[in-house]
Design a protein around this ligand. Structure first.
Ligand code: Z16
Length: 830
């Protein structure tokens, strides 16, 4: 029976989402006049952006609604991707492409007197992430929706995303807040009706059978905001649910009435603070209480929501893992493990052992780093105070676990100490990676080498205990929709016209790119391929020229390193290489210089605000750039730019313009890297170390098409040992590098003493082995130059690289998770 009213009236009332141009312009004008309360006379680009976005949003809502209703009725097994970061970037262009409406909107917008590109440029990035981990989560949502998999994301709706980076005149990084929600956000649906209470502090009183009651403390509300995630050329539109914190009661009425306004609003501000700001650290752990509050707030709200949805199906609680799979994106959501135990044992009355079985069949854990400084360890006193019940549960899990380890390896106390969730000492610490591993069915790394390092280093004891099959690999991927079709439309069109298959087909089956191989030697195709790159170089040059007022030589090779600033990523190696090149050029005669391959080096990336050495590296880059860009002897042959405020949108301009990109981390430190995949997909060649996903890229495209250098992972440990116990001065080990360091010290690029702390990290301990890899880095750069001299050879390499990138589609990665981990199936919305 129809739920209410007249069925015919309801059905006819459904707003047509007709996609002919007149319907589109009608809908845009409608939004201008109603939603924005404006007229044709006073619509600027920003207004036009808002109206177009609202119009596209109508289409997304229709699809999203149908998908959610249909899926709910089918009650399939669902997967949930818990990530503290989703680095989404802009939505409008992506939504238009996924809906297949870009052409029509283009026409419609022209008719109204606007240009779609300018409108698209008005959108602010949604930058709720730091770097690779957050962008990976965004790519995975796109691939889940595209492949029609019932996957939801859960995260936080930060009021401020990653800070905006400014560069001061002296080259220092300055941070400004990112109030991205100041203009209203058309891509989210506030669900003020979906609210969940989350408790902090208070006390936990043990009852019998492992149960307890947790009461008192502070209660905070989580409010849901749903972000629509359209799949590519499918009606299927998934959901990303972001939580916002808000006080349970507006303010304390007693204090308010007593005239104590500060106290009256204090608890409400503390509730609102929880989702105020994204922590700006990538690959570094910072043990702040507010961060732990964010983690619990988010996991508790998400699990409660998941539990409610599960219970609505009417299934028995023991079937939970047959209907729910939860992927933990790094250790950030690990509190979900004790939280699900708490829900089952304390609230659902499930016996402890049965509950533990449910928990360990529900969770899957992805590790993204083996760097010791990045592993989360929370002080027990802090956690005890904030989450007393969870601390009990963690101790109980640990006791049972260690007893079982003791049975397997009797009397091995060192092993017990290493595997314990609790690190002993004053204070004690909770090791989140151990807890995540013990609470999950599978643990995976993000590239082959990294997964092997997980098995042999940080998780070695756990491999001995559980067996190796629990520890697997899923190599990361990127969505070819955003990272080729959207950011590089010229290349996308050229590929489509060459393969003679529809774009919709190869963008969903990226291995089809292999069809380009047979044109790799075809001169007319090579010419077109090179023309696309040239045009993308000019687009970037235009961007730089308007920002810096400096003309960029677009016939020079474009060499790009863009990523978070971190010692392990070795931006230092690159900048020292540039200085070396500069000194070499200066020593040449003008005639000799004429034979040199001109190069423009681009840097971009943010440093964590508290990371002193990373910030100093930025300062060095900016000040070296200033000197060499103004040197009349060399500026034709070498110039350098540090582009401020790296973001998804800037990446979309930089990546298609790159001819070489650098991924030069110390071997064994970069878990995967994902920008390496983006550059290669866009026909840029890779200059890198034998690390992370670089290795698998080389396997696919062939070693002859990448430029590898540097020591291999097995050598790293021994070299570090030598650095500590048998140090050799850099003057002896690597004279050209010593020269470079001395030139910087002696003030060639501004007051050298400023850089001493940075230079000393290399002269002294050199933990990241810059002194060990410098020679082979310089040789690799020379090989790049030689290869670039052979224009046709270079273009061929570029074509062959793109052609062999099929493996790195995030569709492949997500399908791997869906089939091997989550056991979920595709659902086609009719
Ligand atoms: C992050 O971006 C990554 C790891 C981590 O532990 C924390 C953060 Cl915020 C990165 C890795 O450094 C990178 O190699 C990898 O490609 C990316 O995560 C996605 O897996």
């Amino acid at each position: 029976i129809w739920p209410r009213g007249d069925e015919k009236t309801w059905k006819e009332g459904i707003r047509g989402v007709d996609s002919d141009v007149p319907s589109i312009t009608k809908s845009i004008v409608n939004h201008v006049q109603t939603s924005l309360a404006r007229q044709a006379y006073n619509v600027d680009n920003v207004g036009a952006y808002q109206a177009v976005a609202l119009s596209v949003r109508d289409d997304l809502i229709a699809n999203w609604n149908e998908t959610q209703l249909y899926t709910t009725n089918k009650t399939p097994k669902r997967a949930y991707y818990l990530s503290l970061e989703f680095l989404m970037g802009r939505t409008l262009d992506n939504a238009l492409l996924n809906l297949g409406l870009k052409q029509k909107y283009n026409e419609g917008v022209e008719k109204l007197g606007f240009n779609l590109e300018d409108i698209v440029d008005c959108e602010r990035d949604a930058a709720l992430g730091n770097g690779g981990l957050g962008r990976l989560a965004a790519c995975y949502l796109d691939s889940s929706a595209t492949q029609e998999l019932p996957v939801w994301g859960y995260g936080l709706r930060y009021k401020y995303g990653i800070f905006q980076q400014l560069i001061a005149p002296d080259g220092s990084q300055l941070e400004a807040p990112d109030p991205w929600l100041n203009n209203q956000n058309p891509w989210e649906l506030p669900r003020l009706d979906v609210t969940i209470e989350v408790r902090f502090y208070g006390h936990a009183e043990r009852l019998d059978k492992g149960k307890a009651i947790w009461s008192g403390g502070q209660e905070v509300l989580a409010v849901a905001y749903d972000v629509m995630i359209p799949g590519y050329h499918t009606k299927n539109t998934n959901n990303l649910r972001l939580w916002e914190s808000k006080p349970k009661r507006g303010f304390d009425l007693d204090s308010f009435n007593a005239g104590d306004y500060d106290r009256a609003v204090a608890s409400s501000t503390s509730a609102e603070n929880i989702t105020s700001v994204l922590y700006p650290n990538d690959n570094t752990y910072i043990g702040k209480e507010l961060r732990l509050k964010q983690q619990y707030f988010w996991t508790a709200a998400s699990l409660s929501d998941i539990m409610r949805r599960f219970k609505n199906t009417g299934k028995n609680i023991s079937e939970f893992p047959d209907f729910v799979a939860i992927q933990l994106n790094d250790t950030h959501p690990t509190l979900a493990v004790p939280e699900l135990m708490r829900l089952l044992v304390d609230e659902e009355d499930v016996p402890w052992d049965k509950a533990w079985k449910i928990v360990t069949n529900t969770f899957f854990f992805t590790n993204h780093t083996v760097l010791p400084e990045a592993l989360e360890k929370w002080p027990v006193p802090l956690m005890q105070n904030l989450l007393p019940r969870h601390m009990q549960i963690i101790f109980d899990i640990n006791l049972q676990f260690l007893q079982s380890v003791e049975r397997k390896f009797p009397g091995d106390r060192d092993r017990l100490a290493r595997m314990s969730i609790i690190q002993e000492g004053t204070p004690q610490y909770v090791r989140m990676a151990n807890l995540a591993c013990i609470g999950s069915r599978k643990v995976n790394g993000v590239a082959e080498l990294h997964s092997e390092l997980v098995r042999t280093t940080i998780m070695k004891d756990f491999v001995d205990y559980y067996g190796v099959s629990k520890f697997q690999n899923v190599t990361n991927g990127i969505t070819p929709r955003r990272w080729l079709d959207q950011c590089n439309p010229l290349l996308s069109d050229l590929i489509t016209e060459t393969l003679k298959i529809k774009k919709e087909v190869w963008l969903r089956d990226l291995y089809k790119l292999e069809g380009l191989l047979k044109f790799a030697d075809d001169p007319t195709f090579q010419k077109k391929w090179a023309a696309v790159k040239q045009s993308n170089k000019e687009r970037l040059a235009h961007h730089v020229e308007t920002q810096f007022g400096i003309k960029v030589n677009t016939s020079a090779m474009f060499d790009v390193q863009v990523k978070r600033l971190h010692e392990y990523k070795r931006q230092t190696l690159n900048i020292l290489g540039v200085v070396h090149r500069y000194l070499t050029l200066k020593a040449m005669s003008p005639a000799e210089r004429k034979k040199v391959n001109p190069r423009v080096v681009f840097f971009a990336g943010k440093a964590a605000p508290g990371y002193y050495i990373a910030k100093l590296t930025i300062k060095l880059i900016v000040n070296v750039a200033r000197v060499i860009n103004e040197d009349p002897d060399t500026k034709e042959y070498l110039s350098m730019f540090f582009l401020p405020d790296y973001s998804v949108s800037l990446a979309e301009i930089l990546i298609p313009a790159s001819e070489v990109s650098q991924h030069i981390s110390t071997a064994g430190t970069e878990a995967s890297g994902t920008s390496n995949m983006k550059f290669c997909l866009n026909g840029g060649l890779l200059l890198g170390t034998v690390d992370g996903a670089n290795i698998e890229i080389a396997e696919e495209v062939g070693e002859s098409n990448v430029f590898f250098f540097g020591h291999l992972t097995p050598a790293v440990e021994e070299l570090r040992y030598k650095h500590t116990y048998h140090p050799v001065p850099v003057e002896e080990k690597c004279p050209p590098l010593a020269k470079v360091l001395n030139e910087i010290s002696s003030g060639r690029f501004g007051d050298g003493s400023v850089y001493e702390p940075l230079l000393n990290t290399i002269r002294q301990v050199d933990y990241y082995l810059v002194t060990e890899d410098f020679d082979s880095y310089i040789r690799a750069l020379e090989m790049v130059d030689t290869a670039y001299q052979d224009r046709n050879g270079w273009i061929k390499k570029s074509i062959c690289t793109t052609a062999k990138m099929g493996k790195f589609s995030s569709d492949r990665a997500i399908m791997n998770y869906a089939e091997e981990y989550w056991n979920i199936e595709q659902i086609k919305v009719p």
